[in-house]
Write a protein that binds this ligand. Structure first.
Ligand code: GLU
Length: 478
């Protein structure tokens, strides 16, 4: 894209609440949000809940929670399509009046027979326009007891073209597409005014994008085939369609479409696995967009850079190892008090009392360099607060007679020293000297008994994080 857009930029994300916020949707939400923020425009959240049978309040709640967690703040909404039915009905009536939509009384059986006959003739299956009004055409008599649907009178010929923000010029022939159903009779109980019906996706999306004055739509490329209908409906309403950008799908690390069956695909699942929102945003952004060679960038940098250019045209592959790397980098940069709160939540989830936040923050500072996720950080912090279970083989290897004697002595010294890393280090040196031991003969045994593991950062600094009584208690096993 060249130059800033003329009108104030208004973008939206329009998830259907039939499940959690999918990673692909989170990515297009991010692009839409960043594009709006970059241009000083507005970002809108719309919940497309017209699939009444599959939409749930729980999914809506999860979507909103995921958006908040990612920090993709919206300026307007959430709007709910099921609260806008009167508006869709109004537009449908207007279109019927203008001849750009019409009622169709075909029964499912008739439609089946129509398709069957087309297949038998070797034709593409499509609605044959039997209820579409035309000058001089005599329409059938509406059958009694059948609720009509409303169809859009798609232009019968011509080509729909748009310059896709991601994929470049796209052209689809109107002969390829038929008269789409835009309104269906409401399923029992679906609407307050059930007589009128529920709009279908392609229609509601246009009325909403029009009413909400959306200027740019970023969405998944599974919607490319819907776009000609949407552009045609916009034009039928005498309005200018927004600019569309279709992002390629995300492939799993096995090269197949990312799906529930292949790894976690909800955004909040990654929160629960200990990923930071800034890392998720960074990783999702790079999955289909680039700014030079930058691999690590903040939300602010992304907003600064994201002008809609450099979006990838081909599918990106989900790479768990890269996501872990990005997360580790952000973990290192994260504020320790904030990490302590996140670790505290993790510990609470394990039934472990987190205790003093400042100690936890010091622990985060000490351990975060060697962690990939908040969960790993919590694994470290947990040893400060909950029993550790040294592995029998570690005990057998490191808890030699000489080490045990040294640890008993060290325990007595530690009972008396000031509880700081330098004083603990000095007590260790005195123990080594008194027992003619070298550090590698004592430290692993100390680590195994107190920390339950053989490797830690500098052991004096680690011990200083513990309550003295906890250390003395664990060393009593020496
Ligand atoms: N509700 C649609 C979806 O979740 C929105 C598509 C669009 O952005 O137009 O796929």
């Amino acid at each position: 894209m060249s130059g800033p857009p003329a009108s104030p930029v208004r973008t939206r994300i329009a998830p259907s609440p039939t499940g959690f916020l999918h990673l692909g949707t989170a990515r297009t939400a991010l692009y839409s949000w960043a594009f709006a923020r970059h241009h000083g425009g507005q970002f809108i959240l719309r919940i497309e809940d017209t699939d009444v049978a599959r939409s749930t309040a729980e999914a809506t709640g999860q979507i909103i929670e995921a958006m908040r967690w990612l920090g993709l703040d919206w300026d307007e909404g959430p709007f709910f399509q099921m609260q806008r039915l009167a508006r869709y009905h109004e537009v449908v009536e207007q279109m019927i009046g203008a001849g750009t939509a019409y009622r169709c009384w075909c029964t499912p059986e008739e439609l089946d027979a129509m398709r069957e006959a087309q297949r038998a003739r070797g034709e593409k299956t499509r609605y044959d326009g039997r209820w579409r009004p035309a000058p001089g055409k005599v329409l059938p008599e509406p059958p009694a007891g059948v609720q009509p649907v409303v169809r859009f009178a798609n232009p019968p010929s011509g080509v729909v073209r748009w310059d896709d923000l991601v994929k470049g010029p796209i052209a689809i022939d109107n002969e390829e597409i038929d008269d789409l159903i835009i309104l269906r009779p409401a399923p029992e109980g679906a609407t307050a005014d059930g007589a009128f019906g529920v709009p279908t996706y392609n229609f509601a999306v246009v009325v909403d994008d029009l009413d909400m004055r959306i200027t740019h739509v970023y969405r998944g490329d599974e919607h490319i085939n819907n776009t000609p209908w949407q552009i045609n409906i916009f034009r039928a309403l005498g309005a200018q369609p927004p600019q569309y950008g279709h992002c390629p799908i995300i492939l799993g690390d096995d090269g197949l479409k990312l799906s529930k069956r292949r790894g976690a695909v909800s955004v909040t699942a990654y929160r629960d696995l200990g990923y930071l929102p800034e890392a998720m945003l960074n990783y999702l952004a790079r999955l289909g967009w680039s700014h030079g060679d930058e691999e690590l960038f903040s939300r602010e940098q992304m907003v600064h850079w994201f002008d809609g250019s450099h979006l990838a045209r081909s599918p990106a592959q989900w790479d768990p190892a890269k996501l872990a790397w990005v997360n580790a980098q952000w973990l290192r940069r994260a504020d320790d008090a904030r990490l302590a709160a996140l670790v505290g939540d993790q510990l609470a989830g394990r039934g472990v009392v987190a205790g003093d936040g400042t100690v936890l923050a010091r622990a985060c500072a000490l351990f975060k360099d060697r962690c990939t996720t908040v969960v790993e950080l919590a694994d470290w912090a947990a040893m400060l607060r909950a029993e550790v279970q040294p592995r029998p083989e570690d005990l057998a290897t490191h808890l030699t007679e000489a080490a045990r004697a040294g640890l008993r002595d060290l325990r007595e010294r530690l009972a008396a020293v000031e509880w700081t890393a330098p004083a603990i280090a000095a007590a260790m040196q005195q123990t080594l000297a008194a027992h003619r031991l070298r550090m590698p003969q004592l430290a692993p045994a100390l680590r195994v008994l107190v920390c339950g593991r053989t490797q830690t950062p500098s052991i004096d600094a680690v011990l200083a994080l513990f309550d003295r009584d906890t250390v003395l208690g664990r060393l009593a096993a020496a």
